[in-house]
Unconditional design. Structure first.
Length: 272
């Protein structure tokens, strides 16, 4: 049982709720933990977080009890291996379209005999080798580290049953790219996109696979209704935009009222 599955079990089988970090922001991580978020997504596909920063974020999140997920750009050995050495609970790879990508992810993330992950005996992932029980630690990591492949294109959707059947990798649904690939750019709640999501979840469940995704507030109900295991329902940028925008709107509204009051002599009549 991998760490995502363990966390869902501890949560009584209910969906875990997470927040995404698109930039290196320990304060946002800390606030998220205080608010009660259960997982942190460390973004390394579109964002500019380095592996050194990702390792630090994993350490911080571990201290709060939150799960950590690192999304890397692809299945290249260097990216998979460096992410794994940070010691996350989940490694996620976008734009999975064929079995060869999943096999490559497993190859570089799992130690022999399950894969060919390079051995580095002093990384955070193996607790810096403090215990000395390296073989036992590697065996535990092979079963505990959750690997996820993102299903977010028509090509992947067409092969989703085949992809879901490959052992050792769970599925992450990318609604935005999936919508664009299906011809409904920015329409993540379009019926065709939701039908595709339902198909992916069915394929995953048929193979006893976990499912994760991310969405905007207006779509929480749909995804929670599907019973996904992990839902990323916020991120640092959207929180900054929303709070900053709300505060600015309030201040502008009051500023307008104050200006009107000054012009009317404070009584709203315009007469003196």
């Amino acid at each position: 049982m991998n760490r995502l599955q363990q966390a869902v079990q501890r949560n009584g089988g209910k969906t875990l709720l997470g927040a995404a970090l698109y930039f290196y922001d320990p304060i946002f991580l800390d606030i998220s933990a205080e608010l009660g978020y259960q997982a942190i997504w460390i973004e390394m596909e579109h964002g500019h977080i380095t592996f050194a920063q990702a390792a630090d974020l994993c350490r911080m999140a571990a201290g709060t009890g939150m799960l950590t997920m690192i999304r890397i750009p692809d299945t290249q050995r260097a990216n998979v291996l460096r992410a794994a050495e940070c010691g996350p609970d989940i490694i996620d790879v976008p734009m999975i379209e064929g079995p060869e990508q999943i096999h490559e992810l497993c190859k570089y993330a799992r130690f022999a005999p399950e894969g060919s992950r390079g051995i580095f005996s002093v990384s955070r992932a193996v607790r810096y080798g403090v215990s000395g029980a390296m073989v036992a630690t590697q065996e535990a990591l092979n079963s505990e580290l959750c690997l996820m492949g993102q299903i977010e294109t028509q090509s992947a959707l067409d092969r989703v049953e085949e992809l879901a059947a490959i052992p050792g990798v769970d599925l992450f649904i990318g609604p935005a790219d999936l919508a664009a690939s299906l011809g409904y750019t920015s329409q993540t709640s379009h019926p065709a996109v939701q039908a595709a999501a339902e198909k992916i979840v069915r394929a995953a469940r048929a193979q006893n696979k976990s499912v994760a995704t991310a969405c905007a507030p207006g779509e929480y109900g749909f995804w929670l209704g599907l019973g996904v295991d992990l839902l990323f329902c916020s991120n640092d940028i959207s929180c900054l935009k929303q709070a900053a925008g709300d505060n600015l709107d309030r201040a502008r509204a009051l500023l307008g009222k104050t200006a009107a009051s000054v012009l009317t002599g404070g009584n709203g009549s315009g007469k003196h």
